[in-house]
Design a protein around this ligand. Structure first.
Ligand SMILES: Cc1cc2nc3c(=O)[nH]c(=O)nc-3n(C[C@H](O)[C@H](O)[C@H](O)COP(=O)(O)OP(=O)(O)OC[C@H]3O[C@@H](n4cnc5c(N)ncnc54)[C@H](O)[C@@H]3O)c2cc1C
Length: 418
């Protein structure tokens, strides 16, 4: 086999792609490995973009996932600032934006996701106002910087994790912050009402003006074409210097669908991360994969998922297949609160809290038919590993024991594991 016919090409140099490229080498691949990314820099950590990096307390250098020397040592050819435009499956090659081509024997698509664009009366989709921002890349943070200053009026659209994390950083930096959420409560898609209430009061105490049930009716622009004000469904007009839209993401599947791969809310893959073309794998935010714990297909937007799927793909390529079967998990930092979530709460029929929201230290368990399907830990890092075990166990647990702090979680996790 020539070097090129044994080549593994990884498309997308984010968390999943950077991990996959080096993991393929670690798992024993001897041929060429190329990592292609359209951003102009080495792969970097995205979570700090709405936390320490936005706050200005960490540097671009500190964001890097791996130093250049790590790619060199693993003999990973890193091609940044170049986009893969097309996959020619019949020739097993990719066509890049710099007009070069890359042959592959196996390809890994790690193309991630992009912010969902804000659509509203008064906005022209092809002409984004300079003070309307999204948050996905370091460039997005740089776009915000000039207006992210003390005293500025920041309007955040969407009270999901990114919106709330930015609200926390902005309050600390002395901005006036309003958050608009269309749902009747913050984090409505993912958290129980009691957890939403905790985060709402956390932000209100910090001075954030949170408005729930607020839909945008229209947006007015000033003479320079910047957003001047947002008008909500009840006629309220909110003026802003800077607007951040954090209304979810869209998986980047166009490359895959253009190549004829099966796509359905992400690139459809099996438990080994193989797409409908067995030589093309897909991992991270862009992949829709089966999860045996929940018995359904899911698409996750989290760093742990990106990293774990990368290792599954590398193992598969190197002839050591392992099925992906992890408990999804995620974290969020807001003010002095660390939230860690294990599992998926959709479909829960009972929420039980252990600890005390008033003291900012509690875990809320989500149960379905007596089984813990997910949990949110607030400032309870030491408990989190046990919580993950409880979710993975799929055993019924007496909710009263979960709430009773005199019963250790360790004993419950051990009992559930047998
Ligand atoms: C502000 C922010 C805060 C977050 N906070 C957390 C957190 O606290 N905890 C957590 O678990 N997760 C967090 N996430 C989510 C997490 O960052 C993502 O789940 C993770 O980045 C997914 O990794 P990925 O490699 O699949 O995609 P990405 O990191 O999006 O990487 C995909 C890369 O592929 C590139 N690309 C796409 N198409 C092509 C192409 N055709 N050719 C070349 N390159 C291409 C993209 O430009 C991008 O660089 C956060 C995300 C954001 C934006």
């Amino acid at each position: 086999m020539s070097a090129d016919t044994a080549a593994v090409v990884v498309v997308g140099a984010g968390h999943a792609g950077a991990e996959a490229a080096t993991a393929v080498r670690q798992a024993g691949h001897v041929g060429r490995i190329v990592l292609v990314g359209d951003e102009p820099r080495l792969p970097y950590h995205r979570p700090p973009l709405s936390k320490a990096y936005l706050a200005g307390t960490t540097t671009l250098e500190a964001l890097l996932l791996k130093q250049q020397t790590v790619y060199d040592k693993a003999e990973v050819e890193l091609r940044t600032g170049v986009k893969v435009e097309r996959i020619e499956r019949e020739n097993k090659r990719m066509v890049l934006s710099d007009r070069t081509t890359l042959a592959y024997s196996r390809a890994i698509l790690a193309t991630g996701s992009r912010p969902r664009p804000l659509l509203a009366v008064g906005l022209d989709a092809g002409n984004i106002p300079s003070n309307l921002c999204y948050l996905r890349t370091t460039d997005d943070v740089e776009r915000m910087r000039g207006r992210f200053v003390e005293g500025a009026r920041l309007l955040i659209i969407g009270a999901g994790y990114i919106g709330l994390e930015v609200a926390a950083v902005a309050r600390k930096a002395g901005l006036h912050v309003t958050v608009l959420e269309a749902q009747p409560r913050v984090l409505a898609r993912v958290a129980a009402p009691s957890v939403s209430a905790f985060f709402e009061s956390l932000h209100r105490e910090a001075g954030v003006d949170i408005r729930v049930g607020a839909n945008i009716e229209s947006i007015t622009l000033n003479a320079a074409g910047d957003v001047e004000a947002v008008i909500t469904n009840d006629g309220t007009q909110i003026e802003a210097d800077l607007v951040l839209a954090g209304i979810g993401v869209i998986p980047n599947v166009e490359l895959a669908s253009g190549a004829g791969l099966v796509v359905d809310n992400g690139i459809v893959v099996n438990q080994f991360t193989q797409s409908s073309d067995p030589d093309i794998l897909a991992i991270g935010d862009c992949s829709n994969h089966p999860n045996p714990i929940y018995g359904r297909r899911i698409r996750l937007e989290s760093v742990p998922n990106a990293l774990e799927q990368a290792r599954i793909a590398a193992a598969f390529i190197c002839g050591k297949p392992q099925a992906y079967a992890s408990v999804p998990w995620f974290w969020s930092d807001q003010y002095d609160v660390k939230l860690q979530m294990a599992g998926l709460s959709q479909g829960y029929d009972l929420a039980i809290t252990r600890g005390s929201p008033a003291s900012k230290s509690f875990t809320t368990f989500y149960l379905q038919n007596g089984i813990v399907i997910s949990a949110d830990c607030v400032n309870r890092a030491p408990e989190f590993m046990l919580v993950k075990k409880l979710v993975a166990s799929r055993r019924p647990i007496d909710p009263a024991l979960l709430a009773d702090e005199s019963v250790t979680l360790k004993s419950l996790a051990e009992a559930a594991a047998v």
